[in-house]
Design a protein around this ligand. Structure first.
Ligand SMILES: [Cu+2]
Length: 160
């Protein structure tokens, strides 16, 4: 058995094993979406800073200009006094997410597309954007999205 194990280790890079294990442990989650997937912090194309406000707004440092396929590192700061989240997905994915959160307000976000940011905290999220024309960022804490806590990224084609 040992011989086979070492053979596999030599043939396959460690990352293949890591990825396999990861998928196995989180098989119920949706790592990939038409909106993209969690990205590698070592392969960032650009960094975008955004503040979460109790006025139920995302305040971007600059108007985001994201190209399809880009890996974006979001630095997300909660300047409010209540928790907020920063989640990336399609409009429909956010809708499903909000339904779940109304039933389970304390649900843990383990899909890799959502971070919960407590007051005074700064967290990061790295995301590889897919090939959709629009991708949405949203806070799906009950009532927040409806009050305006969402933003549509209008994606530009990488080749333009
Ligand atoms: Cu919020």
């Amino acid at each position: 058995m040992n011989k086979i194990f070492y053979f596999l280790l030599m043939v396959f890079p460690a990352s293949v094993f890591a990825e396999g294990t990861h998928n196995h442990n989180h098989h119920a989650n949706h790592h990939e979406s038409p909106a993209g997937k969690p990205g590698d912090i070592n392969a960032i194309d650009k960094t975008i800073k955004v503040d979460l406000l109790d006025s139920m707004q995302f305040k971007f440092e600059n108007e985001p200009n994201i190209k399809m396929g880009e890996t974006v590192h979001f630095v997300v700061r909660n300047l409010g006094k209540i928790p907020h989240e920063f989640s990336i997905g399609t409009e429909n994915e956010h809708k499903q997410h909000r339904k779940k959160m109304r039933k389970h307000p304390d649900m843990k976000h383990v899909d890799g597309n959502t971070i919960t940011v407590l007051p005074g905290e700064t967290k990061t999220l790295t995301w590889v954007f897919g090939k959709l024309d629009t991708v949405m960022a949203a806070c799906n804490i009950p009532g927040h999205f409806e009050a305006g806590m969402n933003h549509v990224f209008k994606m530009s084609d990488r080749n333009l």
